[in-house]
Design a protein around this ligand. Structure first.
Ligand SMILES: NC(=O)c1ccc[n+]([C@@H]2O[C@H](COP(=O)([O-])OP(=O)(O)OC[C@H]3O[C@@H](n4cnc5c(N)ncnc54)[C@H](O)[C@@H]3O)[C@@H](O)[C@H]2O)c1
Length: 383
């Protein structure tokens, strides 16, 4: 197999010229404001949270990660390799009000990214999905109300809140009509953020994410891979065929560094307070995506099947988000092409396959991380 563009060091830190640097807006110093700030990332050992942690550390922020390390989710100590000695990690559950009361104190920004992200899983176990995705963010917000109302809170919601699109591209005025339990729990959490802004004056902003992909997403096994694009990346790295269910549906894809960029912009901008923004990315039909992935990986094949019944019931069909609002108001737009993003992602997993591929290996790393990676939260004393 040919290595694609982008590489990382032995610890999984992405080097200059690759993903981390690619979205650093050239000449844009708007993020200097994060230097010296205190940033709490819930779900910070997971995919998006850990990429955000790397970025915030590079900007000089003091990062506190809170993650419960629920085994089937995306938390992985290897995700913070390279910055482990520059972040604080607290293994706690965001649904614990006492823990969150203490942990939010003194924080300038709180990125509410802990979540159960599986849509099928939310249908099989809606109560857990509700507790983690609604009660969790609400607990964080309420801790802010009691213990740190000056913090700004950012929340990652999902495009699934729109359900099956009535028109494309879907903008923020599109009716909200969730078709799966995960979207309901995310939408409820969004509304809690808006209520806490309106009623308690806590500054919040919600981003509705579409299919986000890139290094550090979980890959534990085929069951523990939630998005089809992640599953395809796993399969292409393994030299296995990409199973294309249908193929003509259009989806859009955001590279994780672009998502991190949007979170930082929304955090830094008072214009975003109380707002909801779509993120978008590059749109492609599933078949076009599969073919591009095969080209980027230097080989592979597809197998076309029908959508299974349980997926068909919650499948939104073709979707594409409009990101006009965030572009106009915050100047955000995706910078990473699908080709570049796939190349970096595939290269990352070819290099670090053993850190992500098996649930047992990831669990082993968690034990190692708990023994070695934790630091006492000395920097957490209230300011
Ligand atoms: N990745 C996507 O494509 C996507 C799309 C839409 C929305 N989102 C949202 O973005 C957020 C982050 O997603 P991700 O892709 O990084 O997922 P992820 O599974 O990689 O990360 C989530 C992290 O949250 C942690 N977590 C879960 N429950 C927790 C709890 N009760 N207390 C503390 N930590 C807990 C997990 O251990 C994990 O590390 C989620 O809320 C998700 O719904 C992601």
């Amino acid at each position: 197999m040919t290595a694609a563009a982008g590489s990382g060091d032995a610890n999984g830190a992405l080097s200059a010229g690759t993903a981390a640097a690619a979205v650093q807006p050239a000449g844009d110093d708007r993020y200097r404001a994060f230097s010296g700030t205190r940033c709490l990332i819930t779900g910070g050992l997971g995919f998006i949270g850990s990429n955000l942690a790397h970025r915030l550390v590079s900007l000089g922020a003091r990062v506190l990660i809170v993650d419960s390390l629920i085994p089937s989710y995306g938390g992985n100590f290897f995700n913070i390799a390279g910055v482990r000695d520059r972040v604080h990690v607290n293994v706690a559950d965001v649904r614990d009000p006492n823990a969150m009361d203490y942990l939010v104190r003194g924080q300038d920004y709180i990125f509410n990214l802990a979540g159960q992200i599986g849509h099928l899983e939310s249908m099989e176990d809606p109560q857990t999905d509700l507790r983690i995705n609604t009660e969790g963010p609400l607990t964080v917000l309420d801790a802010c109300r009691r213990s740190n109302p000056r913090a700004k809170v950012l929340y990652a919601s999902t495009r699934q809140v729109y359900g099956r699109p009535q028109y494309l591209p879907v903008d923020e005025r599109h009716p909200l009509a969730p078709i799966d339990c995960n979207a309901v729990s995310n939408l409820a959490a969004e509304y809690y953020h808006r209520v806490y802004t309106a009623a308690h004056g806590i500054r919040t902003a919600c981003l509705r994410l579409t299919n986000t992909y890139g290094p550090r997403q979980m890959m534990k096994d085929e069951r523990g891979v939630y998005a089809f694009i992640w599953l395809w990346i796993r399969r292409i790295v393994d030299g296995e065929p990409l199973v294309v269910m249908g193929g003509r549906q259009v989806r859009d894809f955001t590279y994780v560094d672009d998502c991190v960029d949007a979170l930082l912009r929304a955090a830094a901008s008072p214009r975003a307070d109380g707002e909801v923004y779509n993120l978008g990315g590059q749109a492609a039909s599933l078949m076009d995506l599969a073919e591009l992935m095969i080209e980027v990986a230097g080989g592979g094949e597809t197998v076309v099947t029908e959508l299974p019944a349980e997926r068909r019931a919650i499948d939104p069909g073709s979707t594409e988000l409009s990101y006009e609002k965030i572009k106009t108001e915050l100047g955000w737009e995706p910078r990473t092409t699908l080709r570049e993003g796939l190349a970096r992602t595939i290269a990352f997993y070819r290099q670090h396959r053993e850190r992500y591929w098996s649930a047992a290996d990831v669990a082993e790393q968690q034990i190692g991380g708990l023994q070695l990676g934790l630091q006492l939260p000395s920097a957490l004393d209230p300011a």
